[in-house]
Design a protein around this ligand. Structure first.
Ligand code: SF4
Ligand code: FES
Length: 257
């Protein structure tokens, strides 16, 4: 795989097709001809879908919203890599110039017990919403907006919080993990709010509730392979998991008294 000098590509696609959550899925082969090297991966799928529709066939279902690497919707595994082979990139920001004429591309949904397939490449990631709802908030004073410097935040902590806040909830970390663990996602949320003074009132409740919700949703445990961080399109640091573990141990000890 690599760059190409041709303006269009002829590709062989192997795509996971699954009618609904209860049906068995299978791979189907498609020819994708005349694909512009300037197209994004999702635009390539749009071209394939337009041809399927013209042929009276069911288009391939996949999730997308912003197509700008912001919303985290475009979850799919491309040639075995969540979001594809390019580091730090969502599927919508992956461009076809990264592929070569004649390439075969296998496209399948994110695989995890906690992410059931809805249809084809579209999976139900509402387990992430439940984790967020269980602790991803801060109590706010709803009076007048405070002065910007009323609550000083050390620069190092502000930067750690900001980097963790870059998580877009896409689920690639879960798909990349042999245990389908959601620890990187949850750790990003715990770190984002935990480094800031605004997050202190919910500190213990946040980590205990989010860990509990994560387990109830069926995600596995972390075994420190680091695959999550490597697959993450926002390059969320694996070090956040150490922060999550220490917050969890602290909150558990305080809870026991
Ligand atoms: S940690 Fe990275 S891979 Fe996981 S949900 Fe957040 S952005 Fe996606
Ligand atoms: S469609 Fe929003 S991140 Fe890809």
């Amino acid at each position: 795989m690599g760059g190409t000098s041709t303006a269009t590509l002829k590709l062989k696609l192997k795509v996971w097709r699954q009618k609904n959550p209860k049906s068995d899925g299978h791979f189907e082969d498609y020819d994708a001809d005349g694909i512009s090297t300037d197209a994004s991966f999702l635009e390539m799928l749009d071209v394939v879908n337009n041809r399927l529709i013209l042929d009276g066939k069911d288009p391939i279902a996949f999730d997308h919203d912003c197509r700008e690497g912001i919303c985290g919707s475009c979850a799919m595994t491309i040639n075995g890599n969540p979001h594809g082979p390019q580091k730090g990139t969502t599927a919508c920001q992956l461009h076809m110039r990264k592929f070569s004429d004649g390439d075969s591309i296998t496209i399948e949904p994110f695989r995890a017990k906690a992410f059931p397939v809805i249809k084809d490449l579209s999976v139900d990631r509402s387990a992430f919403d439940r984790i967020i709802a269980s602790g991803g908030f801060v109590g706010v004073n709803t009076g007048n907006a405070p002065d910007a410097n009323a609550m000083p935040v050390p620069r190092e902590k502000a930067e750690l919080a900001f980097k963790a806040a870059a998580c877009i909830g896409c689920g690639a970390c879960v798909a990349a993990c042999t245990n389908s663990s959601a620890m990187l996602f949850t750790s990003a949320k715990v770190a984002h709010l935990g480094y800031l003074p605004q997050g202190v009132p919910e500190r213990e409740r946040r980590v205990l509730n989010m860990m509990k919700t994560m387990e109830e949703a069926g995600f596995g445990n972390c075994s420190n392979t680091g695959a999550c961080s490597l697959a993450c399109p926002k390059e969320i640091s694996f070090e956040n998991i150490a922060k999550l573990n220490s917050e969890f141990l602290r909150a558990s000890a305080l809870e026991r008294g």
